[in-house]
Write a protein that binds this ligand. Structure first.
Ligand SMILES: [Zn+2]
Length: 417
């Protein structure tokens, strides 16, 4: 009798059970997508509670479990876009057109183009206006299987407008069933008012903005545009020091157009990631490897700017640096809100394998955001953020572009698409 009771108690009751599916678990230990074919996956309380071969399924309480026939579809972790600037005012289509009409950068700058125009439009926009312009961009990502997105500030460049951007990013998470990670990028560009006083602006970022961002929990990570057209190494280090002093994580835009050593510096401060990295030398890659940093590759910006310097993929592989892929969605250098296009471009432009590209928008993207314990893989105990695909093999996600194979999307255990 006691035995029967015990076995009755141990029969699990799940909220949802997917049967007849194939899994690309994207577990770090597994090679080739961590595939489990003819599988089942169970969800309860927003978490994955069981997964494996369907033949190994334990006895479960059938009356209380919603069972879904997955019809042989593929389940992957919900996709993660770990680098975006998708909250901004206006757009730069006019500038794009001027460039194609043969106007020089000088002429475009003189007519008020470049990042200055986005800063102006962002400052002039209300929170409601910023929200309504960002929402379709976020929705586009969501419809392609994205369940987590990182959104940076960086077009306000003063306290009030940086806060406004971060508030809008927070509000977006209430408008759509999507997890939003917010990053403070006050050190994105020099505002016109500080044109000849970069040190003064860095003072403002470090002494006023970062403390308030931390105190009001407006972001949990601080980013810097460390570049010959951005902030130098000394200025970047000051921002890192201030961020760390306030308990915030750091990441960096580095080695996109030149090699300033921003990645190595970021490694010294245990950054989560270095992003772009086209000009990163082996020394910097070794530093990343030693501190377990992720390299975030942004093929959309490479494509849109018609860059020719490829990121050092072979060296990143050689030193086992995890590679993430993101849209870099922004109005100037990557006006692209398609994570599926990034999967394709990571393979076609950067020559990643489809398995590497998919890892780039799942497990490695989670790592780049400091979320690798909860997201980015299909394993027991992780958040049930799952994309269901109408495909015959995982490589199809990278191979074909323009036909959206998303069949369903689950966020925190709830089917949201
Ligand atoms: Zn960026």
């Amino acid at each position: 009798m006691a035995t029967t009771m015990q076995s009755a108690n141990s029969i699990p009751q799940w909220q949802t059970l997917w049967l007849n599916v194939n899994l690309a678990t994207m577990t770090e230990a597994g090679s080739d997508y961590g595939v489990v074919k003819q599988a089942a996956l169970a969800i309860s309380d927003g978490k994955i509670v069981w997964l494996g071969k369907e033949v190994d399924l334990p006895t479960y309480n059938k009356s209380g479990t919603e069972v879904i026939d997955g019809q042989g579809k593929w389940l992957t972790p919900g996709l993660i876009d770990c680098h975006t600037h998708l909250v901004y005012g206006g757009n730069r289509a006019n500038e794009f057109e001027m460039r194609l009409q043969g106007k020089s950068y000088q002429e475009i700058a003189e007519s008020g183009g470049g990042i200055v125009s986005t800063v102006k439009a962002t400052r002039e926009a209300t929170e409601v206006e910023l929200l309504s312009s960002a929402l379709p961009r976020l929705k586009a990502l969501h419809l392609q299987g994205v369940t987590t997105v990182e959104i940076k500030s960086g077009y306000g460049l003063d306290l009030e407008n940086e806060i406004k951007m971060l508030n809008v990013a927070g509000e977006l998470a209430k408008q759509l069933p999507i997890t939003v990670k917010r990053t403070f990028l006050g050190a994105h560009a020099l505002p016109i008012a500080y044109k000849d006083d970069a040190a003064g602006y860095i003072d403002l970022v470090c002494n006023e903005m970062i403390p308030i961002v931390a105190e009001q929990k407006l972001a949990d990570t601080v980013d810097v545009f460390c570049e010959n057209i951005g902030f130098d190494i000394k200025q970047t280090e000051r921002v890192f020091t201030a961020a760390k002093a306030h308990g915030l994580d750091i990441k960096v835009h580095a080695e996109q157009l030149s090699n300033l050593g921003g990645t190595e510096l970021a490694a010294k401060y245990q950054a989560l990631s270095s992003d772009h990295v086209e000009f990163l030398p082996e020394q910097g890659i070794k530093a990343m490897s030693a501190t377990d940093m992720t390299a975030v590759l942004l093929p959309g910006a490479f494509y849109f700017l018609r860059e020719t310097q490829l990121p050092p993929i072979d060296l990143l592989r050689k030193h086992n640096v995890p590679m993430a892929i993101a849209t870099d969605a922004n109005p100037g250098s990557s006006p692209i809100c398609s994570i599926q296009l990034m999967l394709n471009m990571a393979c076609t432009l950067f020559r990643l394998t489809p398995a590497e590209a998919l890892a780039g928008v799942t497990c490695n993207a989670a790592k780049a955001l400091g979320l690798c314990k909860t997201k980015g893989q299909l394993t027991v105990g992780r958040d049930a953020d799952i994309a269901v695909w109408n495909i015959t093999q995982p490589a199809e996600l990278c191979y074909q572009f323009g036909v959206n194979p998303l069949s369903a999307l689950i966020q925190n255990g709830k089917q949201v698409i």
